[in-house]
Every structure is written in C-alpha cells, then in structure tokens.
Design a binder for this molecule. Structure first.
Ligand SMILES: Cc1cc2nc3c(=O)[nH]c(=O)nc-3n(C[C@H](O)[C@H](O)[C@H](O)COP(=O)(O)OP(=O)(O)OC[C@H]3O[C@@H](n4cnc5c(N)ncnc54)[C@H](O)[C@@H]3O)c2cc1C
Length: 655
C-alpha cells in the first residue's frame, strides 16, 4: 500500500515515516503472554520470567515510561509488611473494604497489604529509589532513622511509604531486558485467541496491530495476563481542550476490558463511575494548582488575605499543626484514606479542611481566591512536598516542578493559587457536573479468584484490569502474583493450535477502517459516544434512559461505526480504540440496567429505584457475553473470605 501523507500542526505535509504492512503476519510463540506493559504488566512479566517461563510483553506505547505510573508515583500504599508498621493486615484490609461499602477487591487488596514492602524491596534491587539514602530529610517526623524509609499521611502507623517513583518504570524495564523478556513496544493488542475460536473457551494467545506499520501480530501462549488498565474517554473526550488535564494516559481506553468481553470473560462493577473533575477538559494538570490533597498533603491553605483555613479531624476538632494532620487523633485507629467521610468510618478518616468552608466563604468569613502556602509549613514538610513528592508523582516532575521552578516559583516565598473552590479543579471537593464522569481508579474489571485467574482458563488479570483494584502498589503486587501464577499454569500446559477462522475474522475486523477511501474520523465517533453516555448514562439513571442509550449505542455500532476510516496505522489504532470504547459503553449500560437499586458507594443513582444500598442488592453483579446474549450472575459481596486462609492456601513463592 502507498504511504499516506500526514500533516504537522503548521499544515506542512510529510509522508508516513514507516513501511505500511497491513495484513502481513508476524507470529510469536511464548509461554506467558503479558498484555500491557504498565506497572502490573512489567511486574507480571518479571515474576513469570523469574519462575522460568518464556515471556513476551506487549505494550501499546513504550514500556520504559508507559501507563499511569510510567512517569512516576510519590506514595506506595500499602506496605503493611514493612518493619515499622504494626497494623494487622487482615483488620486493615477489611476496614478499607468496609469503608467502600464492601465494594473493594479483597483478593488484590490483601495481596497488596501483605506483600507491598517485599515487592518494594525487589524494586530497590532493580534500581528504584525507595529510601532517603542521601539523608536529605534526617530528623523529619515522617522518616524512620534506622531504615531511612519515609512515610506519608499517617506518621504513627506508617502504612504508606513515600517513594521516588520516577525511577521505577526505567528500573522495571531494565529488569525485563535483563531477564530476557521479549518486549513488543508499540503493539496494540486487539483480541484474545481462544481454543477452537470459541467464546468462553480457554485463552491460547492474542492478536495485535503494530501502531507504526499496521502489521498483524499473532501471539501464541499457554497463559495470558491482562494488564491494560481501566477504560477511559467514555463520558469525556476533547482532543483540543484537554492537554495535560487528562488524568490517565489517553491511550488507556479499555481495550483489555473489551477483548475479555468478546472472549466471554466475566466482568463486574462496571456500573460504577464517578463525577470526575480529574478528566475535565478545563482542569489543571493534576497537582498543578495549590491544594492540600495526596501529593500536597498536609499543605496549609490560606485565603486572599492570608488567613489560614483550619484543619479538623473527623469529629470536627481543630488541628493546630501540620504534624497533627498526619497523626490519628487519640480516639482514632489509623488512616485509610476513606474517599469522603462515610458515616461510621470516622475512626479511619484523614483530617481535612473545615467541611463547611464553602458556606463560610459565601458568608464572607474567608475571601477568594485561596492559596497553598508552603512557606507556612515546617521546612521538611515544605521540601518533601515541593521537591520529593511533586518531583516523583505521575506527570508532575516536568510539567509542575521543573516548569514552575524554571519560571521562578519559590516555595519559601510564593503562594500557589488554589482553584478548588472554583471550576476546573482536579480536587474531589468541587462538585463536578454529574454527566462528566469516569470509571477511575478502583473501577470495574475482570472477576478474578485467589489465583488472579479470570473466569476463562489460561487468562489472568492484574492491576486495574482486575475488578476494584486501585493504586500503584496494588498494580505491582497483583501483577507480580498473577505473573507467577500464570507461569505455574504455563509449565503444565501445552500449546493449542490457533483456529485459522478466528484469525481471519479478526483481520477482517481490524482492517475494516483502512479499506475505505474516506469516512468518519475516530475523534468524531468518540465525541458522539460521549454525548450518548452523558445524556443517557449520566446521573441520575433510569430504565428508560438506559434503554434509549443502549439503542443509540447499537444504532451507532451498526451504522456510523461501519463508516470509520483510517489512512495510516496510527489512525487505525485510534479507530479500533474508539470501537472498544463503544464496547465498554455497552458493558457499562448493561451493568447499570442490571443493578436495580441505588448505591452511595458505587456512585450509582437510579430514579426508578431510589432506595440506597438496600441489603438484597449488597452484592456483586457480574456479566458476560455468551452466544449473543448477556448472562448475569450474583456473587456475595465478600466472596473472597476467609481472606487469610485463602491467601495461605493459594500463595505462591515469587522471589
Ligand atoms: C496522574 C496519576 C497519579 C497517580 N498517583 C498515584 C500515587 O501516587 N499512588 C498510587 O498508588 N497510585 C497512583 N496512581 C494510580 C496508579 O498509577 C495506577 O493505579 C497504576 O499505574 C495502575 O497500573 P496498571 O498496570 O493497572 O495500569 P498502567 O500502569 O496504566 O498500565 C497499563 C498499560 O497498558 C497499556 N495498554 C493499554 N491498552 C493496550 C493495548 N491494547 N495493548 C497493549 N498495551 C496496552 C498502556 O499503554 C499502559 O502502559 C496515579 C495515576 C495517575 C494517572
């Protein structure tokens, strides 16, 4: 095929710079196949290789920096096995899950709690920086002088470790190379191959498309681990306005969820979405405005006249010093970063700014705008926020720390304006427009068991691809565990021949957009899908709205989607992404229809079923695609219990 012309932003033309190889096949044989080279994917590949398996790792971008944690991470939650922590992992994990109304993943959460530090130590061996070796923070209340580990948020219980996470991804990538893992960068996985090409059959490999050449990749495996993260761009999409304010990398669109669905795997919690300021096209780059959350915790906030906004504990007691913000009050247990103060979980809730701040601003007690005042903090707190944390968190090292510093921002002198009472803040306090939603961390995903195996043989899931799994350390620990389990399975499994008709069907599907000379651009389709989701699957929901939404999605699938066209491999992959967004939208709508009750914990409001969290609906609803219909099933909310016994029965020696 003739190379296509592409255009730079200034309009000047250039020929597509890579050879175009549509329909050409490239076959790879492996024992363990890992799809997605982010945090969980790298760990899965490393663990499988250490178990002696032949491993191939497939990544849509460049593994060295790809994924949500590719550019960094500033805190490693949870590492209850670290030598300074005295918290009981079973009680802690249960408390965390209960604080989410039970809608957490007991399996990946427990693996995280109990192997978080062990995993971090492995990372240190690979070259990741996890402790204050240079004694920069000697004497700080968050530092353990013996181990030089530095803790965040809860200085008393030491459950979360501050880390120099910008060093992590290159270290993981280096370890993959050192172990001889074959890394296939710039390949977008498109489908799972199943025995006999049958939906619901054991998984025996996957297909992919080279994002530069369009070549068709066939991976044959004995075990496959899905690590492609959560869906995004389902309600909000703006390629023009968004820039850096998109929270997750925009190439994470739920390809993994869509291909697992097509293969017949079971998913759950897909009805959960949250109003998201994080993805708002007007949002600031994450952590790029002054605020007191996460990376910026426990920064002081002042009003336009320099009056400090008080901090309070969950009972409303005023906390005078920054250090008090980092220790549970005498009546509390430990902090588990409860998202919002759910009644009954105050003993775990982190301090916050006065909850009636908005009302007090409206009454004139505090004057807008507000500012983060780093200068007010003790020196070690200031330096650890503006320096280590901002220098390590995803997407902040260059856009925030470097850029602001080069432009003259001086944390000892300057205030940084806080927009969290105005439109566009990435902070949760600001009410987002209800239809501006996102799946977000800890969202729905594949149903997994104590082997992190999905409901299909040979298929494992880790990180955000496993249901209700959230955070960097959880991705790392679950990836590491799933990789080892996949290797164990691969060792006792034979290769199964791939069904030729399944490959042919997939080729027809993936190359459909390139055989047309013209048609619909992927961006237009993405925007249209978002509009449907905003209108019919926003907040609140009802049977009628959801039905109309589903009809509209099916209509688009049968008509406009057929007109999608791509004139180079990059656009081809973008077009396939949007088709997967459409598939994820349908899964979301079906899930929303299946839950006939409202739920505070799932951010799920049904006007036709207004009762909130009624006991009969306190359960997981799973769904899978089977022979053209949708099959629903219930799982008890705590189906993984007893947590400790199950872990002991299934645990695997990884190192
Ligand atoms: C801005 C930001 C800040 C964060 N800060 C923290 C923090 O401080 N602490 C914390 O615990 N967590 C944090 N998180 C969350 C954490 O980064 C994620 O939970 C974690 O990276 C998830 O790991 P994962 O392996 O599931 O997904 P990722 O690490 O995102 O990896 C998914 C990978 O799959 C690839 N992929 C997608 N589709 C395909 C395909 N079709 N074929 C091949 N490859 C594909 C992607 O390119 C990506 O590399 C943050 C996230 C963001 C976005």
């Amino acid at each position: 095929m003739k190379n296509q012309i592409i255009y730079f932003q200034d309009g000047s033309p250039m020929e597509w710079p890579y050879p175009v190889k549509y329909n050409q096949e490239h076959e790879v044989d492996t024992e363990v196949l890992v799809l997605g080279g982010g945090i969980s994917g790298c760990w899965a590949a490393i663990a499988a290789a250490r178990k002696g398996a032949k491993v191939a790792l497939v990544e849509k971008g460049a593994t060295i920096r790809s994924g949500s944690g590719g550019s960094g991470v500033d805190h490693w939650a949870w590492a209850l096995d670290n030598p300074c922590c005295k918290v009981d992992p079973v009680k802690f994990t249960r408390a965390r899950i209960n604080a989410r109304g039970g809608y957490g993943n007991g399996i990946t959460n427990f693996i995280n709690s109990i192997t978080g530090y062990e995993t971090l130590l492995e990372l240190e061996q690979m070259g990741g920086k996890i402790r204050d070796t240079g004694d920069e923070f000697k004497g700080a209340p968050f530092r353990d002088e013996e181990t030089k580990l530095m803790f965040a948020y809860d200085y008393e219980n030491k459950t979360v470790i501050r880390v120099w996470g910008a060093t992590f991804k290159p270290a993981l990538f280096g370890e993959c190379k050192r172990l001889g893992i074959r890394v296939y960068d710039r390949i977008s996985a498109t489908s799972l191959l199943t025995e006999g090409g049958k939906q619901g059959g054991p998984v025996i490999g996957a297909t992919g498309i080279n994002t530069r050449t369009g070549e068709f990749m066939i991976f044959k495996s004995k075990a496959t681990v899905l690590c492609m993260g959560i869906p995004s761009r389902n309600w909000i999409f703006s390629s023009e306005l968004r820039g850096l304010s998109s929270f997750v990398p925009p190439n994470k669109v739920g390809n993994g969820h869509a291909m697992a669905w097509r293969a017949g795997a079971e998913l759950t919690m897909m009805e959960r979405s949250i109003p998201s300021n994080f993805d708002n096209p007007y949002a600031y780059p994450p952590y790029g405005d002054g605020n007191p959350y996460n990376t910026w915790y426990p920064c002081s906030i002042v009003d336009a006249e320099g009056k400090e906004i008080p901090w309070v504990d969950a009972k409303g007691n005023i906390l005078e010093t920054p250090e008090e913000r980092c220790r549970p009050s005498a009546w509390q247990k430990y902090f588990i970063m409860v998202p919002g103060h759910h009644e009954g979980y105050e003993e775990y809730a982190m301090p916050q700014l006065i909850p009636d701040l908005k009302e007090r601003i409206l009454k004139g007690e505090y004057k807008l705008p507000l500012y983060a005042d780093l200068a007010r903090l003790p020196e070690h707190e200031r330096r650890v926020i503006w320096g280590m944390m901002i220098g390590s968190e995803a997407k902040t090292k260059v856009p925030i720390l470097k850029t602001y510093s080069e432009r003259g921002f001086d944390p000892e002198r300057d205030l940084l304006q806080s927009y969290f009472m105005l439109r566009g803040s990435p902070m949760m306090r600001e009410p987002a427009v209800p239809q501006d939603r996102a799946i977000f961390n800890g969202g729905g995903g594949l149903v997994v068991d104590w082997d992190l195996k999905s409901t299909l043989d040979g298929l494992y899931a880790a990180g955000e691809q496993a249901f209700a799994t959230t955070g960097h350390a959880s991705a790392a620990t679950s990836g590491r565990y799933a990789g080892a389990k996949a290797a164990e399975h691969a060792m006792k499994t034979r290769h199964t021949p791939v069904a030729p008709d399944q490959l042919e069907r997939e080729k027809l599907r993936v190359y459909a957009p390139v055989v047309k000379g013209e048609g619909l651009e992927w961006k237009e389709l993405n925007a249209a899908l978002c509009r449907i989701m905003q209108n019919f699957c926003g907040d609140p929901k009802s049977e009628e709205l959801l039905r109309i939404g589903l009809r509209a999605l099916e209509d688009i699938e049968q008509n406009e989607a057929e007109a999608l066209f791509a004139d180079n491999p990059h656009k081809l992959v973008r077009a396939l992404d949007v088709l997967d967004i459409l598939t994820c939208d349908k899964i979301i709508v079906h899930s929303c229809m299946a839950r006939k009750a409202s739920s505070a914990f799932l951010n799920f409001k049904r006007v036709d079923y207004p009762e909130v969290d009624p006991p009969p609906w306190h359960k997981w609803i799973t769904l899978r695609s089977h022979n053209g219909s949708i099959e629903l099933r219930d799982l008890p909310i705590d189906f993984w219990e007893p947590m400790k016994d199950n872990y002991q029965a299934h645990k695997i020696n990884i190192a």
